[in-house]
Design a protein around this ligand. Structure first.
Ligand SMILES: [Zn+2]
Ligand SMILES: [Zn+2]
Length: 794
């Protein structure tokens, strides 16, 4: 009995890495299991797979663990309430055991019908009597927790001799040197290449060339077989999206067989419309990697006109600030889906993997987005990106207004209207006068009145109230939108678009594969297969950085810019300096912001002929507002000083960082900031609860440097990738600042309202104090864990 008390009082360990192994856990020894001393640890039940994966990629002895035995208690089954009752029991065994098919090895009686194959090319004879195994128990007393019991943690056979891996001398030169199966990464790579149409032969040829270059096989992945790839190819070829003639039943079946890709599913009911949230394991990893302390953007509707159900994508930005889709939500366009529920499900899924995961800002592209739900779930600021509006206007101007002079003027006036509203000097009347001024452009006006005028009120309100995302974000969203169009809507038979099962299948296979390959560094090896769908490269914003100033000539009402691909061609950019510029290149003709427009904006700003961007303007205004807000009592003032000093430090380190280094240096500032933010929250809570002692606050404000250094020193290995803060040159500060300005700018106004502060913004969120203690755990894991154990023993 005492043993169970001991076990249940152990800490539940949740390492922050995507996968983790026994080495990342603190193990407690427990006596009494058949006189053995077992090593036990508690982890969240939802992370058992992460542990199994981590254990499999053991550096000293790579392997794979399979489920050797499993018992599950049916939910309805009555049980006696006892402390050690279990819901589920899973025995994981090293795949090199437990049987031993080596000469003279022991095979369990039930398996004696095994006949060793003469040729092991197909299914290598992997069983070598390995005894390494562990048990996972899910206890009735604590179903959210998994108890791991490690019985045998060495990869040895019954005699205690290493039986596979580098330690096993007999394994040298055979497959038993390596893990028995290929890695998840290679499996995904092969599948992705097959999905996008690369042939089995090409995959194998590239693979063999690569292995040859490195001088022979050095790990399991190098032993990829032609047969394996061909089998995958065949199963893809033979699969069909139409699992049932009835689309709804078909979707049900898809969900059933793709549980790991579904984070939310609700069938049609009287109260709720159909909603399906898709996120693969890889997408989850990208969301954790690029979303943490950074931004998520929402592309709220794709394919409204073409597809049965439009797609709502959630995007993160990689190190090139290109969008990667990390979740797709499919729901009917009509009726308001309860965003709160799928968002909560998604957030919980991410936090199960990484409890310290935290968003800095959420960018919406729809003025009717449920901002309250976003703030409630993600506890972060919400920004607005108007790319959808600008793109639609631009595209329709090109389509519906043939006369260049008129088109240019209309774009200019629309641009000024948006600009004035965002800078706080205008309202809806501006669009009314726009419609009055251009009555004669009938084609466009009919469109504008029908489609946009009914929505312009909500757009105006959103442009006024939400901080604006940068132009680089617009460029990334447009780029993604175009990629998705090329990769999804390319069916010969367009009747498929009216089936939801086709949509989920295509997203989960081909479309996912293309986005996976975008992040795969050796994608170029297959570039001769390049079709439109492969379109990759950088966003137009990033491409603009490569255009030399000397290629730009400003001529008053327009600018002339030399093409980078064909030096004998020039492009004309009308309305230079505005995001409502019009260019005559192909990309701009489709309604997108092209590199020429961005380059001209940059040149105009440098020469002072264009205003700084709206996001930079809003950022500066927020700083000024903060300066002019006198705190109403002395304690609040102390708190305000500490925050102001902290933010000032944060900003100057960003600028230092920006001017002193280029990409790839870990970006530790945001991590530091959160911890210090946590500090401040703690301070503040103390103050508000005891309301007696103000000097804690003052301490913080006097010594932020010290805190920063300490935390910074410890936390560098937790640092996130630079994502927009790092600048290639000092000159680009301004332009780059556009990217992240809003996330800061949206925070600063909130800092004024101290009452509101703890529940809003990412600096001062409720869990701030939680996260600091968790982070400390991570930093000091070994010693802390040791202490815990000592306490437990005592
Ligand atoms: Zn083993
Ligand atoms: Zn252009």
């Amino acid at each position: 009995m005492a043993r169970w008390d001991e076990i249940l009082s152990l800490p539940v360990q949740n390492p922050p890495s995507l996968e983790f192994s026994a080495a990342d856990l603190v193990w407690s020894k427990v006596e009494g299991w058949r006189d053995n001393i077992d090593r036990v640890a508690l982890i969240p039940y939802a992370r058992v797979d992460d542990f199994v994966r981590g254990e499999s990629s053991n550096k000293d002895c790579p392997t794979r663990f399979h489920v050797e035995a499993r018992r599950k208690r049916p939910l309805e089954m009555a049980y006696k309430p006892k402390v050690d009752g279990i819901l589920e029991y899973i025995l994981y065994w090293c795949s090199f055991g437990p049987d031993d098919h080596r000469k003279g090895g022991i095979v369990r009686p039930s398996r004696t019908n095994y006949v060793p194959k003469k040729n092991n090319a197909g299914r290598p004879n992997t069983k070598r009597g390995c005894t390494c195994h562990f048990i996972v128990k899910r206890l009735i007393a604590e179903p959210s927790v998994a108890l791991i019991i490690y019985n045998q943690d060495k990869h040895v056979d019954k005699k205690g001799v290493p039986c596979h891996g580098p330690q096993d001398k007999k394994a040298a030169g055979t497959r038993a040197m390596f893990a028995p199966y290929i890695s998840e990464d290679l499996r995904l790579r092969v599948l992705s290449l097959l999905y996008v149409g690369v042939s089995v032969e090409t995959i194998m040829q590239r693979h063999n060339e690569c292995v040859e270059r490195q001088g022979g096989p050095t790990n399991r992945d190098d032993l990829l077989t032609h047969r394996y790839v061909r089998r995958q190819e065949r199963s893809i070829r033979r699969s069909t999206y139409e699992l049932d003639a009835d689309d709804e039943i078909s979707i049900d079946m898809w969900v059933e067989s793709h549980q790991s890709h579904v984070f939310f599913y609700e069938e049609f009911s009287d109260s709720e419309p159909f909603t399906l949230g898709i996120q693969t394991e890889w997408q989850l990893q990208q969301m954790i990697r690029f979303g943490n302390h950074s931004l998520v953007a929402s592309d709220s509707r794709f394919g409204t006109n073409k597809l049965k159900y439009p797609i709502h994508s959630l995007l993160v930005f990689n190190s090139d600030n290109k969008a990667i889709p990390v979740a797709w939500i499919i729901a009917p366009a009509f009726g308001s889906t309860d965003t709160h529920r799928w968002m909560r499900a998604l957030y919980n899924r991410v936090c199960t993997k990484d409890p310290s995961w935290k968003l800095a800002g959420f960018i919406v592209d729809d003025p009717l987005a449920d901002v309250l739900a976003i703030r409630d779930v993600f506890q972060c600021s919400v920004l607005l990106c108007f790319w959808r509006l600008r793109h639609a206007w631009h595209k329709n101007l090109v389509k519906r207004c043939q006369e260049t002079a008129m088109r240019v003027e209309m774009a200019g006036q629309l641009g000024q209207a948006v600009d004035s509203i965002c800078r706080g000097n205008g309202n809806m009347d501006l669009f009314q006068s726009f419609m009055d001024d251009f009555v004669e452009a009938r084609h466009f006006m009919d469109y504008f009145k029908a489609v946009w005028y009914p929505r312009i009120g909500s757009w105006t309100a959103a442009l006024k109230n939400l901080p604006l995302a940068s132009q680089e974000t617009c460029a990334a969203m447009e780029f993604y939108h175009n990629q998705l169009k090329l990769r999804l809507l390319n069916e010969d038979n367009t009747s498929a678009y009216q089936r939801a099962d086709w949509l989920v299948d295509k997203l989960g296979t081909t479309v996912h594969a293309f986005f996976w390959l975008d992040e795969y560094s050796e994608k170029e090896d297959f570039s001769r297969y390049r079709k439109d769908e492969w379109a990759s490269g950088l966003t137009s914003w990033r491409n603009a950085l490569k255009i030399p100033d000397s290629d730009v000539k400003l001529e008053g009402k327009f600018a002339i810019i030399t093409s980078q691909t064909h030096r004998d061609i020039v492009h004309i950019v009308w309305n230079p300096g505005s995001v409502f510029s019009l260019c005559d290149c192909d990309w701009a003709d489709m309604g997108y912001l092209c590199e020429h427009v961005f380059k001209v904006i940059k040149v105009c700003r440098e020469r002072g002929s264009a205003l700084p961007s709206i996001s930079l303007f809003q950022y500066k205004r927020a700083l000024l507002d903060m300066l002019h807000c006198p705190p109403h009592d002395s304690l609040v003032r102390d708190h305000a000083i500490s925050l102001a000093v902290f933010i000032e430090k944060q900003l100057s380190s960003l600028i230092d960082e920006g001017s002193s280094n280029i990409t790839n240096k870990p970006q530790s500032i945001r991590v530091i900031s959160e911890n210090q933010g946590g500090d401040l929250v703690e301070e503040r809570n103390e103050n508000s609860s005891s309301s007696s002692d103000g000097h804690n606050c003052v301490d913080t404000s006097e010594t932020p440097g010290r805190t920063t250094e300490n935390l910074g020193g410890h936390l560098t290995d937790m640092a996130v990738e630079p994502n927009g803060f790092c600048n290639e040159t000092g000159k680009e500060n301004c332009g780059k600042m556009d990217v992240d300005g809003p996330s800061i700018c949206s925070l600063t106004p909130r800092l004024l309202h101290v009452e509101e502060a703890p529940s809003n913004g990412f600096l001062l969120e409720k869990r701030g104090s939680d996260s600091i203690s968790k982070t400390t755990d991570v930093v000091n894991a070994p010693s802390l864990g040791g202490n815990d154990l000592a306490d437990f023993k005592a």
